[in-house]
Ligand binder design. Structure first.
Ligand code: URA
Length: 445
């Protein structure tokens, strides 16, 4: 029987369970350009509102992973001194989440090969590819041969979805970003896991965020998403571990592409905000341990700390920038990264202890300054964004400088000077600091 897209949309709109054939049809035809964006958007909204069960989610993930090549990278590593297990990581998305930028080079510097497929900004959350494009000339569009060669030569690759690798996610991701269909458990799981399966890693560390700046607002919802992805990974024969981490405030201080790159570089140089470093240390150590290079968590943490202390992580980051066409001088001297025209202070609009932040709104402030996309064709401005140097539990006084805004025009500057402080909820009560992590989920539970 011929499948028609209009019937697939109606089936899901009315709360039905899509068959494997319907899902495969949609992914294949949309990737091929035979289904227009408006029909794909209608189906995404129906899925968003009606949900997908586990079987539908697995079918969607596999169809998206198989929309391009499925890499097998083991031959590539033969004869190299690198660990035989390739590891990958992925974050479910957050504000100020520049973890990959620091973690991947540190892990690769420990001799663990990392071949990662990343995404762009999504809704209010940033994306690794947009951040890396702050480097003049840097490109994530790698052919499969380039991907393999670079993995063999420097042990570290950061690619985007291409015509060859998970192209269905490339198209669906961009459409979800601008149709308010991001924060759905099945769509997130399929998007993340399709990329991870296609990129061929043996072991995967998932950083699943919970809180006001995450797509999953509660720890329970994040755990539910994590369990689903860990199971999909295990079924596909990949060792998968999920760390549930806090996203009730931006990670580190910087929000905005080039500002986040600078903060990651500071961190690789041994400086940077402590919450960000501690977060990176845990994620990186988990990757190194899964790769079999360290037997214990303590050993893994010591390896990562050493790679930071002796500069090997920073040197590996520079290799990554240069290998993909970027200007290595911007790594040596971050003042060469794009700079905004205006840099002005942000001031607290009241006195009290920071009790909570509307972190999603903080992400949108950056998008409205030009640091993200409101429609698919928007160009991202790498220079804009802000630094927010206070954390939940800190005391502030009215007028105290709590950060700085980097903007290109007066209007967005003034809006951000109003909106960033307004996203902070102040109280006179004492407030506990937030933990960095809540739980670890692996195949056992
Ligand atoms: N990261 C992804 O790659 N996809 C999502 O849907 C969310 C975060």
């Amino acid at each position: 029987m011929t499948i028609r897209m209009v019937d697939v949309i109606a089936h899901k709109r009315d709360g039905g369970e899509l068959s494997g054939e319907e899902i495969a049809f949609f992914v294949r035809e949309y990737t091929a350009g035979a289904i227009p964006d408006y029909q794909a958007a209608a189906l995404l909204m129906a899925v968003y509102l009606r949900g997908m069960n586990r079987r539908e989610t697995v079918d969607l993930t596999l169809a998206m992973a198989e929309s391009g090549e499925m890499l097998d990278l083991h031959d590539v590593l033969l004869g190299t001194a690198m660990a035989p297990r390739i590891v990958d990581k992925h974050s479910s998305g957050g504000v100020g989440d520049k973890t990959s930028l620091a973690v991947l080079p540190l892990v690769a510097a420990c001799g663990v090969p990392v071949g990662k497929m990343s995404g762009r900004g999504l809704g209010s959350s940033g994306g690794t590819l947009d951040k890396m494009e702050s480097f003049t000339g840097w490109s994530s569009a790698l052919s499969l041969d380039q991907f393999k060669r670079q993995l063999r030569e420097i042990g570290l690759v950061l690619a985007g979805q291409t015509a060859d690798l998970a192209p269905a996610d490339g198209k669906l991701y961009a459409l979800r970003d601008v149709t308010s269909t991001v924060s759905n458990r099945s769509l997130i799981a399929a998007s993340i896991m399709s990329k991870k399966l296609a990129a061929g890693a043996d072991a995967i560390v998932l950083d699943v965020k919970a809180g006001s700046g995450a797509f999953m607002p509660t720890v329970e919802a994040a755990e539910d998403l994590a369990r689903l992805m860990v199971q999909i990974g295990a079924d596909a024969g990949r060792q998968t571990v999920a760390l549930i981490s806090d996203m009730n405030q931006p990670l580190g201080h910087a929000v905005g592409n080039a500002l986040e790159v600078r903060e990651a570089l500071d961190t690789l140089r041994g400086d940077g905000p402590d919450d960000f470093w501690q977060h990176c240390l845990t994620v990186a150590a988990t990757m190194v341990q899964l790769a079999g290079v360290a037997a214990t968590t303590d050993e893994a943490r010591a390896l990562i700390s050493a790679a930071r202390a002796d500069g090997r992580g920073l040197a590996k980051f520079r290799e990554l920038v240069v290998a993909q066409g970027g200007d290595g001088r911007q790594v040596d001297d971050p003042s060469r990264l794009p700079q905004a025209r205006y840099v002005e202070p942000l001031e607290a609009n009241g006195s009290g202890t920071v009790a909570a932040m509307d972190t999603g709104e903080l992400g949108w402030v950056c998008v409205r300054c030009g640091g993200g996309r409101l429609v698919k064709s928007d160009r991202v401005d790498p220079a804009v964004g802000f630094l927010l140097t206070v954390k939940i539990g800190d005391r502030v006084e009215r007028g105290q400088v709590i950060g700085e805004i980097h903007a290109h025009d007066d209007m967005t500057l003034q809006q951000a000077q109003r909106d960033v402080p307004a996203a902070l909820k102040l109280t006179d009560e004492p407030v506990a600091r937030r933990p960095l992590f809540y739980a670890t989920i692996n195949g056992q539970g």
